[in-house]
Write a protein that binds this ligand. Structure first.
Ligand code: SMO
Length: 809
């Protein structure tokens, strides 16, 4: 894997942006990850490492049917098994409030209520209906198999388009509709643009059903302290401890002060762990009923069948264009096959709506319209997973642009460059304001990385030999740094921000607490880099504390590629206050004006006066115990400052490119080269960015070629193991070519943008376009992911039988 950095572009800088100054020694460097000695040597403390005294183990009885009435549940045989302690059903949990998604948080969404255990009807394979508690996880599973459920199968709703038809069977009768939300938005003169177009391209694309499948599945360990009004202590593998507490407390019927959420080391999350799941509620509730701590660790079947699924979207995309290639209008319809329950808190709109609102991406098209629908079906719920609906939206638009290029006989790279916005701050037709980016530069860089001109020659030569090579490009914009303005621009009327608390302890070491959470990203490293630079202290003296609602300041958690931006900003806002106190203390100690003090490597120096210095440890001690000579705010607040941060909209951008070969006899796609050009603004740590991008690209390969959560025609789920749900391994991930361009954000502290989802957004469309390019002699039209060998052979066979295929070699 190669990583090459390109000089920062100067397109977007701002006087209000604190840039890297002379004291900045860590940001921008590939500092080794602080957490790795712990995580790589097996000393991480994950959920399953937590054992509480007297703890019981839980196993869930789940529906084998897509849609069925629960006639009766008989636990007697399970209860007779030695070691089984209790079996609970929905009746035992009738004191809980319903889980509601999520009318109040989003306008235009039907609020759906559910109970954490199904009461009368189960709505997808894997829907939990009862829970067994036992002395060991093995006995709990044995007990689970002995619970007798009498089912009455109901007709399943499996086709999302049919689910939208009047008179369709309802997945949730209480709602009176299958459609969680229908939204439309249109800006400019869309109808006119299509009427006046020289050419209209219209495609259909179905992006397949995939999920995160993190190495560590989900889990919950909970206890209930039955004293002083009662309190729940819950350990959860979550990405967002405080929001989980906020959303769980009303269901459990306690104030937030009587619910603690602790998220230990988390072995991968990718968005999957920022939903609230039935098990999050059931485990603490039954711990209370049983009077003993309870642990539940999800198995892989449960993860795949009953976690969250993602990206199952039926897209229609239309482009209006002039004969010279100018694109004049985009129109998209995005139908998410939403599953049986509206996920909490983000709802299935986390896929469909974001495909719509960012439809114009990095193109200057001014007439844009979209509609979204979110039909419920008897499948697993759709929720947040890396790249969310940006991935299907990107696929629909970029595949359509390649189709337009073929129709107009234009080069797909030139066509894109012709229609792209410039590098400066830009407001889209739907009102998102991009903070500057390297839109054309990253496409040009990707083009050069695949040696485009030479590739076309190689491709022509290979075709003569009966080998089919193709190249595809996928420039993208990634919304990052989710805060109030970016959420509003993305269609969520909720305020998001984040907080950090920075403390210089009496010995000069530094403690930072944050409500962000790290589940592999390396926050213990990057946020320490930021803190060390801000305060002028050695990184080794900084400790980043997170993942516990009892000890960390309130925060919104980590998802939506937000933590670099929110972490940098909130630490910056807090650290400047603490640093101001430190230099004034040092000024008093050194009898110098505080404006002449600089803090470097944990020592305060008087600028230009060699030898006149005092170490931070002495300053801190003086700060806490130095008596009346100290500034007033130090006497009052010590050396702690807590500040929030709420940046403007922050958008990363870049471009993916893929070179593939398709074996037309087998339909197998081999990726020869996969390129990512990433512009996430100022890079905090190149190694960590490289890791994020490499992982995201692998994820994108999976979406393009392999990952498919499949249901049979009767709604049976058939992808319940990693033998059936394939994700890419070393044999499918080629040597990756990674480039970075740094366009500092015009709005965020430090010029930082996020990077967590970029490769997952760009890679699938690049790979689909490359496959279509390879197969263009056959006139094959790819209309879905994953592009399995079976699917491509089907298309090729159809092309052969209607005579459009070239002669076989
Ligand atoms: S799907 Mo991400 O953690 O917002």
């Amino acid at each position: 894997m190669t990583l090459e950095s390109t000089a920062p572009t100067s397109a977007a800088t701002s006087a209000t942006t604190p840039q890297r100054g002379p004291g900045a020694r860590y940001v921008g460097r590939s500092v080794q990850r602080v957490e790795d000695p712990r995580l790589l040597s097996g000393r991480g403390r994950y959920l399953d490492d937590i054992t509480l005294p007297g703890m019981l183990h839980a196993a869930f009885v789940r529906s084998p049917h897509a849609h069925a009435r629960i006639v009766a549940v008989d636990p007697s045989e399970a209860l007779a098994l030695d070691g089984v302690v209790a079996v609970y059903t929905a009746k035992d949990l009738d004191w809980l409030a319903p889980m509601v998604s999520t009318g109040p948080m989003r306008e235009g969404v039907v609020a759906q209520s559910r109970t954490p255990l199904a009461t009368d009807v189960s709505r997808h394979v894997g829907d939990p209906v009862a829970v067994v508690l036992a002395r060991s996880p093995y006995l709990a599973e044995d007990g689970r198999d002995l619970v007798e459920v009498e089912w009455e199968p109901l007709p399943p709703v499996l086709d999302p388009l049919a689910a939208l038809e009047p008179g369709a069977t309802l997945v949730d009768e209480a709602l009176g509709t299958n459609n969680i939300s229908h939204l439309e938005q249109s800006v400019g003169e869309v109808e006119e643009a299509f009427a006046e177009a020289d050419h209209v391209t219209r495609i259909r694309f179905h992006s397949g059903r995939s999920t995160a499948a993190p190495i560590e599945c989900r889990g919950v360990v909970a206890e209930y302290e039955d004293r002083a009004g009662g309190r729940y202590n819950v350990h959860s593998s979550t990405q967002m401890p405080h929001l989980l507490r906020m959303l769980m407390a009303p269901v459990l019927g306690v104030p937030e002060g009587r619910l603690s959420i602790k998220a230990p080391d988390v072995g991968g999350a990718f968005g999957l762990k920022c939903s609230v799941f039935p098990e999050d509620i059931v485990i603490p509730a039954v711990a209370r009923l049983a009077g003993r701590p309870v642990k539940w660790i999800e198995d892989r079947w449960e993860d795949l069948a009953a976690g969250v699924h993602s990206k199952d979207m039926h897209c229609t995309m239309e482009i209006a264009a002039k004969a010279d290639g100018t694109m004049t209008a985009f129109r998209g319809h995005f139908v998410t096959d939403s599953g049986a329950y509206s996920s909490i808190p983000f709802t299935p709109l986390v896929d469909s709506q974001v495909a719509g609102v960012y439809l114009s991406s990095c193109y200057g098209v001014q007439n844009v319209a979209y509609a979204v629908d979110n039909p419920l079906t008897n499948k697993c719920q759709i929720g947040a997973v890396r790249g969310v609906g940006w991935v299907p939206g990107q696929l629909a638009r970029e595949v359509a642009i390649d189709e337009l290029a073929r129709a107009l006989e234009k080069d797909p790279v030139e066509l894109r460059l012709q229609n792209m916005i410039g590098p400066e701050v830009y407001t889209t037709p739907f009102g998102q304001t991009y903070d500057g980016g390297s839109y054309t530069a990253s496409l040009e860089k990707a083009r050069d990385s695949v040696d485009y001109a030479a590739f076309r020659e190689r491709q022509a030569k290979a075709r003569e030999e009966g080998r089919y090579l193709g190249v595809g490009f996928s420039p993208f914009v990634e919304p990052t740094g989710w805060a109030t303005s970016s959420a509003a621009a993305g269609g969520l009327p909720n305020g998001f921000f984040d907080t950090a608390s920075v403390t210089v302890e009496p010995d000069g070491s530094v403690t930072v607490t944050t409500g962000l959470h790290s589940h592999g990203q390396g926050h213990e490293t990057t946020l320490a880099q930021v803190t060390a630079d801000e305060l002028g202290v050695p990184m080794e003296s900084v400790r980043i504390v997170f993942g516990d609602t009892d000890t960390s300041v309130f925060g919104m958690g980590t998802y939506a590629s937000r933590s670099a931006v929110l972490g940098f900003g909130s630490i910056h806002e807090s650290a400047v206050q603490v640093k101001d106190r430190l230099v004034r203390l040092a000024g008093a100690m050194l009898e110098a004006d505080h404006t002449d003090i600089e803090l470097v490597d944990g020592v305060a120096n008087v600028k230009g006066v060699p030898g006149k210095s005092v170490p931070l440890q002495q300053i801190a001690l003086f700060g806490y115990f130095g008596g009346p000579a100290r500034p007033d705010d130090v006497q009052r607040d010590g050396l702690t400052a807590t500040s929030g941060y709420n940046p403007g909209e922050t958008y990363a951008n870049g471009c993916g490119a893929a070179v593939v070969e398709v074996d037309v006899r087998t339909g197998l796609v081999t990726i020869e080269q996969l390129v990512a050009v990433e512009d996430c603004g100022v890079v905090l740590n190149p190694t960590i960015v490289k890791g994020q991008v490499a992982g995201a690209l692998a994820n994108g390969i999976g979406i393009a070629l392999l990952e498919d959560l499949a249901y049979e025609d009767n709604g049976e789920f058939v992808s319940g193991s990693l033998l059936h749900y394939l994700y890419p391994s070393t044999t499918e991930v080629p040597d990756l070519t990674l480039h970075t361009i740094e366009t500092p954000s015009a709005v965020s502290a430090g010029g930082v943008k996020g990077v967590g989802e970029a490769g997952t957004i760009s890679a699938p469309a690049a790979i689909v376009n490359a496959v279509m390019d390879a197969l263009s002699p056959f006139g094959v039209v790819v209309e879905k992911t994953p592009m399995t060998p079976e699917y491509l052979r089907e298309l090729l066979r159809a092309a052969e039988s209607n005579g459009s295929a070239p002669a076989r070699h």
